[in-house]
Design a protein around this ligand. Structure first.
Ligand SMILES: Nc1nc2c(ncn2[C@@H]2O[C@H](COP(=O)(O)OP(=O)(O)OP(=O)(O)O)[C@@H](O)[C@H]2O)c(=O)[nH]1
Ligand SMILES: [Mg+2]
Length: 600
């Protein structure tokens, strides 16, 4: 009978193997989970956690934009400053971007600067429709006056302005000292109904620039003004939405303070200043005009390093032309003046755009600064490591050399000592036969072979005295100190080289950008960033320890530039749009007076 084979039960793995698989699997899963959690937290830390939501523009922008665009605008600007820029800025020595941040609230502002007696105060008076500022041929204004339209007339002194809660950035002026506070004032004015000057706009009259050559030492303190004029003007220019830069035909040159203001105070702010050649009514003929215009254009081309010189507005102040005087036909210049006035009146519309432009520029400047600092840091670290290897090599090589020399010297001295001992023994042995000569009288003895004097083992053998070791050690230490000093000198020299060749480092970092048209833009930004980089380098004497900014921080700036800045522009556009037309029952006032509410 055929018997069916009984199938064997499947082999069950031993219990220990199951146990091991479970443990390994458990560890693996736990590891993966841990990694995921770490990644999640790293993402959380490094990504932009916005307190606002950027609308999905694909799905209808209009519907998605914030209801209170003004508040949203400020929130976005504040978030980008607090979360993206300030954390990097605080780690940079001297906080180079501290005064580039915006503080709210701040009323739109026009700054009027120029040579003394170029007609600044006269222009402002005409604009206000009231003789508010003193005018005169001699230098008249010695300080900064903020003028604003209000429903009552009052004048406030500097300290009151600095603590003004309606314009928070003024508090920053405190850093320029008491003297500036002493020459700062604000005039709130009740203007005639006919005045075209709107509510909610500030215009700032400034002291005339002295167009005389000044020496380096007096430049920073600006001819005894008691405060750093150039820096103060830069502060105003940065905060302003429009800068009017007035020249008059008598002094169209750009020397002294004017030169400083153009090259330092207004650097990188080309987009918001208007160059005005005022008082053209004083020119007798077209030859004089061409000369004055040409002189100003030539002088500007010297200080504004751009291919295209900004347009020069040629005008004269209203009512200043002498009646019946034969000169240039003035109609064209009246038109130009109207253009300038229009620019002033449009400033409130541009205010938010200016904030965005300035914020974007600060971000790009920070990117540029960090890029250059990184390259310098990398170069310096690289050189430092190479020198460190040299230092180790120079420290070890003599040790090996000295050890070898002393070893060989000790061995040869030991050999010499042994040979001397053997010689001694041999000579003693030679003396023995003379004694043995009489040996027949005694019992015959084997001739003793005298052992050589022991010189000790290699370890016990000390051929050199302590002074030799001390001398060798001192020589070695002196040599080492010399080598280290030489290496350190070469490193500091290299650092100096890096400082001097900053331009080359900048070119290296941005070489690919110069292929495109961005080159000129980058160079003008570099003019602003360069002094910041230099002051960081001066603050850190050891470049490998220059501040480090992580890649994700830079990534956040790029992301903000791409997304948030664009969102801000949408908000600004919404804010620019005229408010819904008022109901017929609501009375409106002309000349922008309808917006006086919050500024009263
Ligand atoms: N011919 C002519 N004279 C003008 C014009 N604008 C101003 N003035 C005269 O130039 C002189 C100086 O004018 P201001 O307005 O005081 O000049 P400023 O730039 O404010 O001078 P400072 O405050 O000293 O810097 C005054 O006598 C004005 O009357 C103009 O367009 N044409
Ligand atoms: Mg004046």
């Amino acid at each position: 009978m055929h018997e069916e084979p009984v199938p064997e039960p499947p082999a069950t793995p031993p219990a220990t193997e199951i146990h091991r698989t479970v443990v390994v699997g458990g560890f693996f899963i736990a590891g993966v989970l841990l990694l995921a959690i770490c990644r999640y937290y790293a993402r959380q830390r490094t990504s932009l956690r916005r307190p606002y939501r950027i609308p999905d523009f694909e799905a209808g922008v209009k519907k998605a934009l914030a209801a209170d665009a003004e508040a949203e605008f400020r929130r976005v600007v504040k978030f980008l400053q607090d979360e993206v820029l300030i954390p990097i800025d605080v780690r940079l020595p001297g906080r180079p971007f501290e005064y580039d941040m915006h503080a709210f609230p701040f009323t739109p502002m026009v700054l009027v600067i120029g040579n003394h007696s170029s007609g600044k105060s006269t222009f402002i008076n005409k604009l206000l429709g009231k003789e508010v500022q003193d005018t005169g041929v001699a230098p008249t204004d010695d300080g900064f006056t903020i003028l604003e339209r209000r429903t009552v007339t009052e004048t406030e002194d500097g300290p009151t302005v600095l603590g003004c809660p309606e314009n928070r950035p003024y508090a920053e002026l405190q850093r320029f000292g008491q003297t500036l506070a002493g020459v700062l004032r604000r005039k709130r004015l009740l203007l005639p109904q006919s005045s075209q000057f709107p509510f909610g706009l500030q215009i700032v009259d400034s002291p005339g620039m002295i167009d005389l050559p000044v020496n380096e030492k007096t430049m920073s303190e600006s001819k005894g003004r008691g405060y750093n004029f150039v820096e103060v003007v830069r502060w105003w220019a940065k905060r302003a939405d429009l800068v009017l830069l007035l020249f008059d035909p008598d002094k169209p040159g750009t020397t002294g303070e004017t030169l400083d203001v153009l090259t330092k105070s207004l650097a990188g702010l080309n987009h918001k200043f208007l160059v005005i050649l005022n008082k053209v009514d004083k020119l007798d003929n077209s030859v004089d005009f061409a000369r004055a215009y040409g002189a100003l254009g030539w002088a500007l081309s010297k200080v504004i390093k751009r291919k295209d010189i900004p347009a020069i507005y040629t005008m004269f102040n209203e009512g200043m032309e002498s009646p019946g005087r034969e000169g240039l036909p003035l109609e064209r210049f009246v038109k130009k003046r109207e253009e300038v006035i229009l620019e002033v009146l449009r400033v409130r519309e541009r205010h938010n755009d200016n904030i965005i432009t300035s914020l974007e520029e600060t971000m790009r400047q920070m990117q540029m600064l960090v890029g250059v600092i990184h390259r310098l840091r990398h170069k310096a670290s690289d050189r430092y490591w190479r020198l460190k290897v040299w230092a180790i090599f120079s420290a070890l090589m003599p040790v090996v050399g000295i050890y070898k020399i002393m070893h060989v010297a000790a061995a040869s001295m030991r050999m010499a000592a042994e040979m001397a001992a053997a010689d001694l023994a041999a000579s003693r042995a030679e003396e023995l036969p003379s004694r043995r000569h009489w040996g027949f009288l005694r019992r015959a003895e084997p001739a003793p072979t005298a052992p050589p004097e022991p010189v000790g083992t290699a370890e016990e053998f000390h051929p050199f005295g302590t002074w030799v070791y001390v001398t060798v050690l001192i020589v070695y230490l002196l040599f080492l100190a010399g080598v280290l000093k030489m290496l350190w000198d070469s490193f500091t020299q290299y650092q100096k080289e890096l400082y001097v060749t900053l331009e080359a480092t900048f070119d290296e970092v941005f070489y690919d950008k110069f292929i495109h048209d961005e080159g000129e833009d980058l160079r003008s930004r570099w003019n602003v960033v360069r002094p910041k980089v230099k002051s960081i380098l001066q603050a850190r004497s050891f470049y490998p320890l220059l501040p480090f900014v992580a890649a994700w921080e830079m990534q956040r700036i790029s992301e903000a530039l791409q997304t948030d800045v664009w969102y801000l522009r949408q908000l600004a556009r919404q804010l620019r749009q005229p408010p819904p037309s008022p109901s017929p029952s609501t009375p409106t006032r002309g000349n922008g007076n309808s917006q006086q509410g919050p500024f009263l």
